[in-house]
Ligand binder design. Structure first.
Ligand code: UDP
Length: 494
């Protein structure tokens, strides 16, 4: 018997504007709506532009019930490593202020949403959604774009109160209570220490976010159990079983157009990109991209390009952030593009990452280890070359290299964190060189028996990832469990 509109579940999703958080939540909206749940995405007009065509296709072609609730509030533009811009502290303060400003207009609109929403799934930065959810008697599920391993690491650091005793940036310590020995320094888990910053307003915002995260009803995770089974199990236990791994969500993009337009308008024509890749041998190309937010210095960027070139392998190199005109000048001085014509494809701006990674020509992925990129590399079944810069990326690197054994580090990172505010600035301290890139590429692409073993593990994980999302797979099942859980919650309330 079909449910009437009033009886249907209705989930409200509130993504934040950073693409690393926004993109997976939009995919999540589609996955939820595919199960017959009505989804409302709360956003602002500027952000809606980035995913409206994707939603229009899901609604128009797929017949899904995904609605947009656009709140008209003034916002600051997201900004990565912009030296001219404000410091990280003021950037974060303005970001958190904007996040808070959505509460009132959202609560006003909430009363008019039909049918009455059954839960809120909100980004971690919207701590106020806990209060809203309480007010309306529904659960708040938190999403922060992390995997289970990094979530468990942060959880255990917090519980152990280690952060009070670690003062030096460079003092290594082992994160307690993990299934593997993961050793970090304060600089490699910067977000955790950001709350030690001396700015009272920032400290207060972080305290609120952490508290709302700790007390949230449950956690939605873009990962799959088979990828990090022990971490998923332990984290679930720590959170009273209310953790749902429903990824890799990027796999909901099966059509070329969805892969090509994911997250932003690509700065290269999708057909040009595919034709270029079609001419290459399977597994021969290295794809290099550093996410949506983190900008390397021009000189670090050039070292990457030169390292890719001297490895001898074909490459796709994304120059996404930073001062593109400055890098362009360096490229011209070096006659880089001319010299690498046919062998290297340089993309300046937004790349259709999932489209590229799913092409059979790709054999390795040089990544900053943002969790989405890490998972997208896993889905592509290729080994990773790791160059983390901040946030939880060093923990993702440890998972990939040390635990899963599908990655190779590009040199060793030297990071410094001070009071946690070097979250972005630390990229300048990394300064890896051309030789390190070249060495890592060669190790991944032609590393003999060891390289073959690594490729095999990566390939198998890629297959497992796909199975997890299919009917009967673990993530598909977890989505069923989540929806059933919300159904019971709703029934108990009525
Ligand atoms: N991305 C993309 N094209 C680009 C840069 C990034 O499609 O040129 C996407 C990428 O596929 C991923 C997201 O942006 O889904 C970046 O998220 P991630 O967690 O990897 O890193 P962040 O940008 O949050 O540091």
């Amino acid at each position: 018997m079909a449910l009437s509109e009033d009886q249907r579940l209705h989930f409200v999703l509130i993504p934040q504007k950073g693409q690393g958080h926004l993109i997976p939540m939009i995919d999540m909206a589609k996955l939820i709506a595919q199960r017959g749940v009505i989804v409302t995405i709360v956003t602002i007009p500027l952000e809606a532009e980035k995913f409206k065509s994707f939603i229009d296709r899901a609604v128009g072609w797929g017949g899904l019930q995904i609605r947009l609730l656009q709140l008209d509030v003034a916002t600051a533009k997201p900004n990565g490593h912009d030296k001219e811009a404000a410091t990280l502290v003021s950037h974060l303060k303005s970001f958190f202020k904007t996040a808070s400003s959505l509460q009132q207009p959202f609560e006003q609109s909430f009363r008019n949403l039909q049918p009455a929403p059954s839960c809120i799934i909100s980004d971690i930065v919207f701590d106020w959604t806990s209060e809203t959810a309480n007010k309306f008697g529904i659960p708040r599920i938190v999403f922060d774009g992390f995997g289970c391993c990094s979530r468990l690491c942060y959880h255990n650091i917090l519980r152990s109160e280690l952060h009070g005793s670690i003062t030096s940036d460079s003092e290594p310590f082992v994160i307690p209570g993990l299934p593997d020995k993961i050793e970090v320094t304060k600089g490699k888990v910067p977000m955790h220490f950001l709350s030690q910053n001396s700015d009272e307003q920032l400290k207060d915002a972080i305290r609120r976010i952490k508290k709302a995260d700790e007390t949230a009803y449950g956690v939605m995770i873009n990962s799959f159990q088979e990828l990090e089974p022990k971490y998923a199990e332990m984290y679930k236990k720590a959170k009273n079983n209310k953790v749902w791994c429903i990824g890799p969500v990027s796999l909901c993009n099966q059509e070329i157009i969805d892969k090509a337009e994911r997250g932003n308008k690509a700065s290269i024509d999708k057909n040009q990109c595919l034709q270029w890749l079609d001419l290459k041998e399977p597994g021969s190309v290295v794809y290099a991209c550093f996410g949506s937010f983190w900008n390397l210095t021009s000189s670090d960027m050039m070292e990457i390009g030169l390292g890719l070139e001297s490895s001898g392998y074909p490459f796709v190199w994304v120059i996404g952030g930073g001062d593109i005109s400055e890098i362009d000048k360096l490229l011209a001085e070096n006659r880089f593009e001319e010299r690498n014509k046919g062998r290297g494809l340089v993309i300046k701006g937004w790349a259709p990452q999932v489209l590229i990674l799913s092409h059979k020509a790709i054999g390795g992925f040089l990544t900053h280890c943002g969790w989405n990129s890490t998972l997208e590399g896993v889905c592509a079944g290729v080994p990773l070359l790791t160059w983390p810069m901040g946030a939880e990326q060093f923990l993702n690197e440890d998972l990939v290299v040390q635990v899963l054994k599908i990655g190779v580090k590009v040199g060793e990172a030297e990071v410094h964190a001070d009071d946690g505010t070097k979250l972005i600035e630390m990229t300048e301290g990394v300064g890896k060189k051309k030789q390190e890139v070249e060495k890592a590429v060669k190790k991944v692409m032609d590393g003999g028996e060891e390289g073959e073993e690594r490729r095999k593990r990566a390939r198998e994980l890629g297959e497992t990832a796909k199975k997890a999302m299919e009917e009967g797979g673990s993530s598909h099942f977890n989505m069923t469990l989540f929806i059933q859980h919300m159904m019971h919650y709703k029934a108990a309330r009525e």
